[in-house]
Design a protein around this ligand. Structure first.
Ligand SMILES: Nc1nc2c(ncn2[C@@H]2O[C@H](COP(=O)(O)OP(=O)(O)OP(=O)(O)O)[C@@H](O)[C@H]2O)c(=O)[nH]1
Length: 311
């Protein structure tokens, strides 16, 4: 039965700007029961969101030919795209009575007919519960790898990601740099402004780092007020530029507290990977550079390679 799907989907001809409400569609799904059975069976074989959507996209072609499909869940920051995105589209908000499960948009170079849209809805009804399970699994995975206060990756995530990234970097002979960032005199901030303000600062710093780096770069909470930023495909000069951008953006943050305005500064150690490096040696060099930045007076970036200092 289709009941769990509350779709306020609509078919949209982007160029002609015609929108027809899905609810107005007169057609009923015309799907072979064996197709639905097969699709249901296949969708039950995985909890991996990308795999699930790929299975759905591949199998749906037997009922409705579609050129491309995009799945998005803004709140969970999830996006999956497959195929092309020609001008005609049909989009569906997916939700059960309790859970919002994101939006699916189907693309095609020719317009969707009403009976095809009805078939898409019929197919979507088989996706709802497997998708909900995959999203719950995804959330559990994210929680296991995320620092709950700041949303940055945690140490478990760092260990796994950095090992994998070092391996890939060596295999493809690319660049990889890391930044070790530590807030200056953070103990004093806690002592003078309170722990809650300290927490707000940590969250704002991670948001600020996120705005300074590319989507493919990653930020991890390494310790209390220490963060590690992994910059894929960045050589020493590039990493230094990004580190400086981060340092300046953080020093531009303003916090209004009951005890008056507050600004924070950071010290950053920067290390570029060499072919001999493993995780420990790379972390060690970034840490040493950070140590030097602290001892040189804080609020600065120091690169391990050639003692480049940016103040
Ligand atoms: N508010 C808050 N404080 C934290 C958290 N984790 C660690 N801290 C505090 O961070 C402070 C770190 O202090 P220190 O290691 O002495 O370093 P610092 O005061 O930043 O001095 P420098 O690093 O030398 O500039 C300690 O007071 C910790 O209690 C947290 O999650 N929230």
């Amino acid at each position: 039965m289709v009941s769990p799907l509350h779709s306020n989907g609509h078919a949209e001809l982007q160029r002609e700007n015609v929108v027809s409400a899905f609810g107005d569609l007169a057609s009923r799904p015309d799907l072979r029961p064996e197709l639905l059975l097969k699709l249901t069976g296949k969708l039950q074989t995985t909890l991996d969101l990308n795999q699930l959507l790929e299975i759905f996209f591949t199998e749906m072609q037997q009922a409705v030919l579609v050129d491309g499909m995009v799945y998005q869940h803004a709140e969970l920051k999830l996006r999956y795209s497959i195929g092309r995105q020609p001008p005609h589209s049909a989009s569906y908000q997916l939700q059960t009575q309790k859970d919002y499960m994101g939006e699916l948009v189907f693309y095609r170079s020719t317009r969707f007919r009403e009976h095809e849209l009805a078939n898409i809805e019929g197919l979507l009804s088989t996706l709802v519960f497997p998708l909900r399970n995959a999203l719950r699994y995804q959330e559990a995975l994210l929680a296991a790898y995320r620092d709950p206060l700041t949303g940055a990756g945690n140490r478990v995530a760092l260990d796994q990601t950095l090992n994998r990234e070092i391996e890939l970097t060596k295999r493809h002979q690319q660049d990889l740099s890391i930044l070790m960032l530590d807030l200056d005199h953070f103990k004093l901030i806690n002592d003078l402004y309170g722990h809650a303000t300290g927490d707000e600062v940590l969250k704002a710093v991670v948001d600020c780092i996120g705005r300074c780096i590319r989507q493919t770069d990653m930020c991890f909470r390494y310790g209390g007020e220490e963060f590690l930023i992994m910059l894929s495909n960045a050589d020493g000069a590039g990493a230094l530029r990004i580190a400086e951008r981060i340092r300046m953006s953080i020093s531009d943050l303003r916090f209004d507290t009951d005890k008056g305005p507050l600004q924070v500064t950071t010290s950053i150690g920067c290390a570029g990977m060499t072919f001999e490096d493993d995780k420990e040696s790379l972390l060690h060099r970034a840490d040493k550079a950070l140590y030097r930045a602290k001892h040189a007076g804080r609020n600065r970036v120091i690169c391990d390679v050639d003692e480049v200092t940016v103040v």
